[in-house]
Design a protein around this ligand. Sequence first.
Ligand SMILES: C[S@@+](CC[C@H](N)C(=O)[O-])C[C@H]1O[C@@H](n2cnc3c(N)ncnc32)[C@H](O)[C@@H]1O
Length: 284
Amino acid sequence: MNLYDAYDPFARVYNQHWGFFATKAYPILEHLVLEKLSPGCAVLDLCCGTGQLAAELSRRGYRTTGLDGSEGMIEIARKNAPDVDFVVQDARNIALTRKFAAALSTFDSLNHVMSLDELEQVFRSVFSVLDGGGYFVFDLNMEEGFRSRWCGSFELVEEDHVCVVRSSHDANEKTGRMDVTLFELDGSRWVRTDIPLIQRWYEEVEIKERLRKAGFEELQSFDGNEPIVEGSVHEGRMFFVGRKRDARQARSERHPDVLKELVTVPDSFFDPLPEEDLKSWEGE
Ligand SMILES: C[S@@+](CC[C@H](N)C(=O)[O-])C[C@H]1O[C@@H](n2cnc3c(N)ncnc32)[C@H](O)[C@@H]1O
């Protein structure tokens, strides 16, 4: 599978004008997941972009890994968050051996995944790198967000670059398109780059269904139109939380105390099973 590298030519300008979002979302992430974690645990910033969230997580003491498909975004992320370990990988096919207490993905990154099957693939990929009991939290632009915000155009005019953004959406295809045209000053000449960024929207029920199929439990969704924490409004966006069940908890629920009284089992019987055994146990 190819890397998602569409942001490569956009990285410098994204960092300057859009990189703020993740830190704006931090209080929500803190409220939904981070405050449930142990201090200093390992956290994955999935589709980390230019690394502002990763920098904040690292400042707060989390052992942070940032993953993004765009080499250009990661190059800037490494400067923004020098203490963070960054990898260039695709979210649909994460190849990390370390495990995380939580994975976070912000600013509609996962709307760039263009089919439900691929979205489920991302969910499965994240599931595979979470510790038992680990959390996954992400936001997505919903249909309402595309209808209200993905239309019209605006421009940003700076000394050394001009960025024109034209947005549209297609309700039949459930897609939004942002055509970014950049003019960047290179010495004494202006260089033009055109960057099409495409997103897809999904229904809340189908997102939850795919999370469930990927193995997540304790699913929750939060409408950004309502303040999730005081003062936070994210029009047309939802936040989703899922949790990977802890193997020990799963087995103790499957073996209620009455069973323990009928049969004598060694204590090791209740130790966590390897992941593969757990899957076959759960009939996956
Ligand atoms: C809108 S930016 C958000 C960046 C960052 N999370 C933030 O809050 O500023 C979307 C990011 O998702 C990344 N991305 C999209 N699809 C991806 C995929 N399949 N695998 C890895 N990265 C992906 C892009 O490269 C880009 O950096």
